[in-house]
Design a protein around this ligand. Structure first.
Ligand code: EPU
Length: 442
């Protein structure tokens, strides 16, 4: 049986939602628990799929994992860490992108790792060449096999001088999780410096790591031979916060996002204000609302931190379909992150995609065959359609668009949303959305 979501749109979303720990930090901090010689405790855990996947991968490697969903607290004890059966690891093929980050910690713990084929959203090619290159520089031997990669360090892992061609979040995390216990000093130039990276560094420092972040995207790590467990509260999910903020704007609603953190949303809040959205930062969250009247169009470029994050782009594009005038969005992080606009166009939006870099700076995707700039003209009334949720952020955008639209929409593929938005249906209902989940034959 497949789940079918029926959405009756045209009603502002109003009320309160709570965001918990960031999807793009929590699973990685869980992987770090493998580096300790005593149990680690991570708090503020959201109920999302990546947490299930990483819990299971830790467990099949002998780590005991206790997840108290009531309090959102996970305790991980690596005392019994051991090799796992390839078949058990393989059961997670295609589930998530996080398994690639097990390489360093598993090599430190048991001398080898088998990593299943990765999953994650289809928003571009998403290669792992940077990951494999840095691992080889640490002294790892990588063997690509059908169904995954096998990796080992017969001569141990040693610090290295590294430089990333692009400030990749995942590759920076790969370096951190490997270098902290590699012998000697690692210097990484061109590192990503997203808030989730800083939170992972905080976790590793609690465990005993010595890590320095310089202002020029250089990170220096002095390897240590022993690390202990940590106790940490995960930073809140800024991408979920920005998604609900965009939902408030598109539906002309008013949403208090408990847990939203201003410090990690600076670029988003500036943009929100320029479009005509209102917000009020209070002690334990941020209230976002549509102030009435027309929204303003704008020219926007996604970028690595501290720029406007790529994950904020899709939900905000829905609000831009309701702005008066022409907006331009240049996506510079992923080459293929505008596929979701097809469904918006079917709903009545006016969006043209272009191969050219329609931004202030040419990006890596210019002069190639990627439709990575969007021109959005508004305001356009939207109407209900049938759609299948394509990926996490694109899917959220479709759902906001359906809630903005007059009439009824139906959506399949809701399980993708649960990868990054915990208790999604309950939150929608709490905000007054007219939605209904039913089962139907495939
Ligand atoms: N890249 C390579 N080779 C590599 C690694 C990355 O070419 O080996 C390229 C990618 O193809 C992409 C760019 O570098 O064009 C940036 O990718 P990055 O490695 O930074 O992304 P990621 O670590 O795979 C994380 C988040 C994404 C978020 C990006 C950018 C997680 C699990 N995922 O992905 O989140 O968009 O950083 O900030 O942390 C989402 O939450 O919906 C999501 C996709």
């Amino acid at each position: 049986m497949a789940k079918l979501l029926t959405i009756h749109g045209g009603k502002p979303l109003t009320g309160e939602v709570t965001v918990r720990g960031a999807k793009n930090l929590v699973p990685k901090a869980m992987v770090a628990a493998l580096l300790g010689n005593s149990p680690s405790v991570l708090r503020n855990i959201p109920e999302i799929k990546d947490v299930d996947v990483v819990s299971s991968l830790l467990e099949i490697h002998g780590v005991s994992v206790e997840w108290d969903k009531e309090t959102g607290r996970i305790t991980m004890d690596p005392a019994g860490v051991k090799s796992a059966l390839t078949a058990e690891i393989d059961a997670h093929a295609g589930d998530s992108r996080i398994p690639i980050l097990f390489c360093g910690p598993l090599m430190h713990a048991i001398g080898e790792a088998f990593i299943p084929d990765l999953g994650g959203c289809k928003i571009g090619d998403r290669p792992i060449d940077y990951h494999l290159a840095v691992l080889r520089n640490f002294g790892a031997v990588v063997d690509k096999r059908p169904g995954g990669i096998s990796i080992s360090a017969p001569k141990g892992l040693h610090g290295a001088k590294l430089e990333l061609p692009y400030p990749s979040v995942g590759a920076t995390e790969q370096v951190l999780l490997t270098a902290v216990k590699a012998e000697g000093i690692t210097e990484l130039k061109g590192a990503a410096v997203e808030p989730e990276i800083h939170d992972l560094i905080a976790v590793l420092q609690k465990m005993g790591a010595i890590i320095t972040v310089q202002t020029d995207r250089t990170i220096r790590i002095e390897g240590v031979s022993e690390m202990r467990g940590y106790n940490h509260i995960a930073l809140p999910d800024r991408n979920e916060s920005a998604s609900w903020a965009s939902a408030a704007l598109a539906t002309r609603g008013d949403i208090y996002v408990r847990g939203a953190e201003q410090r990690d949303l600076t670029a988003f809040l500036n943009t929100y204000r320029k479009i005509g959205g209102e917000f009020d930062v209070v002690d334990d969250g941020i209230r976002f609302w549509h102030a009435g009247g027309d929204l303003n169009p704008l020219v926007l470029e996604t970028d690595v931190h501290p720029g406007f994050m790529t994950d904020w782009q899709q939900p905000l594009v829905v609000a831009l379909t309701q702005a008066k005038g022409v907006s331009i969005v240049h996506e510079t992080v992923y080459e293929n992150r505008f596929g979701f606009t097809d469904a918006l166009v079917r709903m009545g939006a006016s969006i043209q995609l272009h191969r050219e870099c329609l931004g202030s700076v040419p990006c890596r995707f210019g002069q190639r065959n990627f439709l990575h700039s969007a021109v959005i003209s508004g305001p356009t009334p939207l109407h209900g359609v049938e759609f299948d949720i394509p990926d996490l952020r694109g899917g959220f955008s479709h759902l906001i668009a359906a809630l903005t639209a007059e009439g009824t929409s139906t959506a399949t593929g809701l399980e993708i949303i649960n990868r990054g938005y915990e208790h999604f249906m309950a939150k929608l209902e709490g905000l007054g959305a007219d939605v209904e989940l039913t089962e139907r034959d495939r």
